[in-house]
Ligand binder design. Structure first.
Ligand code: NDP
Ligand code: 2IT
Length: 445
């Protein structure tokens, strides 16, 4: 049995109750076959694959808080510290009722390779809670965040583990978390990224994931002589990533016709009015269906998955894992879609992703496509360390360069191992090689 198959078999046996984690590991391992087969003795000798699939540490804890009616509520908090071979653990916190250990392990595992691709010194981690911020008052969210940090603080630090936002964790939550960390430890340090601009945040971090997604998409298109100009784009989600992907795509001349949330999607044939979306989502924390009350001619449809039935040239899934299945992939291709770039983490099922590759779709997978967010987080860490802040244009230029470099590394790795144009294989191999070398250099740990 090959080394890859041996490790896959063990991972499946040991993690049978964690389907998302198994999905992420399967995709990476299948991609690594070529490079592992060519260097099997070396990687086996150092147990690289066995070590890569086991988090260095998982912390799980009780988060008690009091709601506005005076009831005691209890949620479960986690931090998965996956791999610190190339830097301190780095990755977001997700607050969503669907959060469990398996989902955070998949996200932490993906983060290891993504962070490596940025070229910056950051290891991989992820955390969060099954707390649902939706419908909670600001005071309830603050009470939850303070309780969450009252345990988390002892595991994190500017040089050990630096969390940030993800689904359900934005500027408001990061502020409450930072305040509590500072209060308990007495340290004013870059322990979190995505901070507000008045207390150590970086310009462009808010926009970074969406902008980075469109920068790498633009780079991919330019290599086949195409651009975003005049192209019809379908975006899912209406959160941080979706909003700034929409903004940059529009700036580059595309027409974005949809956005969604977990209930349904809107279609605006005149092109999404992003000011309206931002007011609904960022200011009112409302639902996407409110868009049709504000914009004549727009329509709302129940059922978020059907967003993929809207005809487009380019699809940008920016909501959540497995939101795009094989049936959706077929619909997209049938209706003329020729490019897909993933803003969300693992939005395509294994079958959907295989279908895009089989059909020759220009397909940029999440690890490469959404790495702009964590890349600017790493730039925020640099600014905090030197106690300076860089201009919007400076950070934006660095983000653009990083995304171009990720495209180059990804396409070169794919070509080198005989999979030209397969950016799934390319991103996994390019991310893996640096982490594996660092692990070998540091001995068995
Ligand atoms: P937000 O919380 O800002 O927005 C999430 C969006 O996705 C909302 O529109 C939400 O709708 C929708 N959504 C969430 N869960 C589901 C679901 N189960 N089914 C359908 N829609 C859903 O999160 P972000 O924009 O930050 O994150 C979106 C994706 O991008 C995630 O996969 C995240 O891991 C990934 N990502 C985020 C980065 C960042 O910097 N923020 C960086 C890299 C990746 P609703 O309001 O109905 O829940
Ligand atoms: O999935 C991700 O890369 C993020 N949620 C951002 C992580 C970060 O540390 O900025």
């Amino acid at each position: 049995m090959s080394y890859v198959d041996e490790v896959l078999k063990t991972v499946r046996e040991k993690n049978a109750s964690e389907p998302e984690f198994l999905q992420a590991v399967t995709e990476v391992m299948e991609s690594l076959r070529a490079v592992v087969d060519a260097n099997e003795d070396k990687y086996r000798k150092y147990g690289i694959l066995e070590r890569l699939v086991e988090p260095e540490r998982i912390i799980s804890f009780r988060v008690p808080w009091v709601d506005d009616q005076g009831n005691v509520r209890v949620n479960r908090g986690y931090r998965v510290e996956f791999n610190s071979a190339i830097g301190p653990y780095k990755g977001g916190l997700r607050f969503h009722p669907s959060v469990n250990q398996g989902i955070l392990k998949f996200l932490g595992f993906e983060q290891v390779f993504k962070n490596s691709l940025t070229g910056l010194p950051i290891g991989g981690g992820k955390g969060g809670s099954d707390f649902d911020p939706k419908g909670k008052s600001d005071r309830e969210v603050m009470a939850f965040c303070q309780s969450f940090m009252t345990e988390l603080y002892r595991h994190i630090g500017a040089d050990t583990d630096v969390p940030a936002g993800d689904i359900g964790v934005g500027a408001r939550e990061i502020g409450f978390l930072f305040g509590q960390y500072k209060r308990i430890t007495g340290l004013y340090e870059g322990v979190l990224t995505g901070k507000g601009l008045t207390y150590g945040g970086s310009l462009v971090r808010t926009e970074a994931t969406g902008y980075g997604l469109v920068y790498i998409l633009d780079e991919m298109l330019s290599h086949i002589g195409e651009s975003l100009k005049g192209r019809r784009v379908v975006i899912s989600g209406s959160g941080n990533v979706a909003i700034y992907a929409c903004q940059k795509a529009q700036q580059l001349g595309a027409k974005v016709v949809t956005m969604s949330d977990s209930n349904g999607y809107i279609v605006d044939e005149n092109g999404i009015d992003l000011d309206v979306v931002r007011e609904i989502k960022e200011i009112k924390r409302g639902r996407i269906k409110e868009y049709i009350d504000r914009v004549p001619g727009a329509s709302y449809h129940e059922g978020s998955r059907l967003v993929w039935s809207v005809a487009c040239d380019i699809a940008l899934p920016c909501a959540t894992q497995n939101e795009l299945d094989l049936e959706s992939a077929k619909l997209l291709v049938q209706n003329g879609c020729t490019a897909v770039a993933e803003g969300a983490n693992m939005p395509s099922t294994l079958e959907a992703s295989a279908y895009f590759l089989e059909k020759g779709i220009n397909y940029m997978p999440a690890k490469a496509a959404n790495a702009g967010g964590v890349a600017v987080s790493a730039l925020e860490m640099s600014q905090n360390s030197e106690r300076l802040s860089w201009s919007f244009d400076e950070v934006d230029r660095m983000l653009k360069d990083i995304m171009k470099e990720i495209y180059r590394m990804t396409s070169e790795a794919a070509e080198k191992y005989g999979h030209k144009g397969n950016f799934v294989v390319g991103a996994n191999i390019a991310g893996f090689e640096k982490v594996a070398e660092a692990m070998i250099a540091q001995g068995i740990c």
